[in-house]
Design a protein around this ligand. Structure first.
Ligand SMILES: Cc1cc2nc3c(=O)[nH]c(=O)nc-3n(C[C@H](O)[C@H](O)[C@H](O)COP(=O)(O)OP(=O)(O)OC[C@H]3O[C@@H](n4cnc5c(N)ncnc54)[C@H](O)[C@@H]3O)c2cc1C
Length: 462
């Protein structure tokens, strides 16, 4: 091809914006970004409600694995950010224990400690005896029965809204702290909490405008090529034309799609039966994100709390106003951001969720009974798709779908475009967009997105 390939990008979330930013940086001319919403940012958008409280679509903690992304964030935030030291806790048996649970069981009831310890010791003794076939088996083999029963299985069901035996465990990497029996014993005997585990023990947060401030800030770099209110309704992979809901056609040589992969296949003309069938292996859950703003000063320095027990609907609550003093309507107020998952396995009535969340906050002591009168904001946002579930059939499905798309010069990337939770955070997503451009323009191999399933080796750069 003698001219530059024409690039069309579906979606102006972090992945699409990352690609657009990189294209502008390279001075690339022939591209357009089509976004269904009238705003940019996708799932990383923030909203300020009528009461003046700013909310994210669930707790968004920013931690990066990539220097390019770090520099971009620094450029976008300047000195307008706060630096936070993670205060993450688990609420169970009517008390707080430090996160991660599996390293900090010492403060629980003696019977629970006993079950967790004996289970972990047995699991360590039998290590390697069996090969786990799914996430449940992996938890049992790695952490033992006690930790599985008391935390890992109930908590993960609340997060994923998917039974653990239907999930794989190849996503775990740095996402789950594994158990070290010696650390467990030290914690139980000497009551030494282990709080610094994991990649996000310190993190930055924008002072103003929530997480979405970052992506709103990227808009100016892509504005010239951005079409908002412009939903893609069909893709012709042979003629290489994308059609939008306002009846316009956009020709492409290379298409970057960040819309959910199952929906992309649904709007694509005449995909092979095997590809359509494979989309049945793509499992997802949605969320009810409920924000509660309270008209009194905060009485906690916690960042977020996990809730494994079934008596409250949410699996996580974030003290969002502890991230920045500018997220409430007035000083002297605080805000709690709660996340409740739902799926075909786990129904959560949207009509009652806000009331149930408030009741749960009172039950667990995050709100006082008297705070009910002081609630000045009740915000709800219920995206249908929030977590791409690493299901047991996922990689086989991706191994069928992605190579077929690439044969038609379609790159499906990002949280639901790639359908890979393990690289579904903001930094991963943004970098998948950047690396898409580096691959198309400079022929550089991708490093963040990695092919999965059969034929994985043939899905890279070509
Ligand atoms: C509850 C929750 C908690 C999270 N917590 C964290 C966290 O702590 N840390 C972190 O780094 N990340 C977190 N994330 C992930 C983060 O939100 C994602 O990494 C990021 O939003 C993914 O960007 P994306 O562009 O791939 O997808 P999206 O943000 O989903 O953007 C896709 C875009 O495509 C558009 N689109 C869809 N269909 C069409 C169509 N047909 N035509 C045109 N446009 C279309 C959408 O409107 C959207 O704007 C969290 C996400 C959720 C939901």
């Amino acid at each position: 091809m003698t001219r530059d390939p024409r690039i069309v990008i579906i979606g102006a979330g972090p992945t699409g914006l990352g690609a657009g930013y990189r294209l502008q940086e390279l001075g690339y001319g022939d591209w357009v970004m089509l976004e269904a919403n009238d705003y940019v940012g996708g799932l990383a958008t923030s909203f300020t409600d009528e009461a003046g409280f700013t909310w994210d679509i669930g707790g968004h903690v920013m931690f990066s694995h990539y220097p390019y992304y770090d520099e971009l964030v620094d450029r976008l935030m300047g000195d307008q950010y706060s630096t936070l030291h993670r205060e993450a806790w688990v609420w169970m048996e009517n008390r707080f224990i430090p996160y991660p649970f599996q390293n900090n069981i010492g403060g629980l009831e003696p019977q629970t400690v006993y079950e967790c310890l004996t289970g972990a010791i047995r699991a360590a003794r039998d290590a390697g005896a069996t090969t786990p076939a799914n996430f449940r088996e992996w938890v049992l083999a790695t952490m033992g029965q006690g930790i599985a029963d008391h935390f890992m299985i109930p908590y993960n069901y609340k997060v994923w809204a998917t039974p653990a035996e239907q999930m794989s465990f190849n996503w775990i990497g740095e996402r789950v702290s594994v158990v070290d029996v010696e650390d467990l014993l030290r914690n139980v005997l000497f009551d030494k909490p282990e709080k610094q585990w994991g990649p996000n023990s310190t993190f930055k947060y924008p002072l103003h405008g929530g997480t979405g401030f970052l992506y709103d800030g990227m808009r100016k770099f892509v504005e010239d090529h951005l079409e908002l209110n412009c939903a893609v309704v069909s893709v012709d992979p042979v003629a290489k034309v994308v059609r939008t809901d306002d009846g316009r056609d956009f020709n492409y040589d290379v298409l970057l799609s960040t819309m959910p992969l199952n929906k992309l296949i649904r709007v694509t003309e005449s995909p092979p039966t095997a590809v359509v069938e494979a989309t049945k292996g793509l499992v997802f859950s949605g969320s009810h994100i409920v924000g509660i703003g309270v008209d009194r000063p905060v009485d906690s320095d916690k960042n977020w709390i996990y809730f494994p027990e079934p008596d409250v609907p949410f699996y996580r609550v974030t003290y969002l106003s502890n991230y920045s003093p500018y997220l409430t309507a007035k000083h002297g107020q605080f805000s709690l951001l709660t996340e409740t998952s739902h799926s075909s396995y786990k129904a959560e009535d949207p009509a009652t969720i806000v009331d149930r969340v408030v009741d749960g906050l009172v039950t667990t002591g995050l709100l006082r009974e008297s705070d009910r009168e002081l609630i000045v904001s009740r915000w709800r946002c219920s995206p249908a798709m929030t977590y791409p579930v690493p299901s047991v059939g996922r990689d086989a499905a991706l191994g069928t779908i992605q190579p077929w798309l690439r044969d038609h010069d379609i790159w499906s990337r990002g949280r639901f475009g790639g359908w890979l939770y393990e690289i579904g955070n903001m930094d991963h997503s943004c970098m998948q967009g950047v690396e898409f451009v580096n691959a198309v323009v400079h022929g550089e191999p991708e490093t963040v997105w990695i092919p999965r399933g059969e034929g994985a080796a043939g899905q890279g750069i070509r």
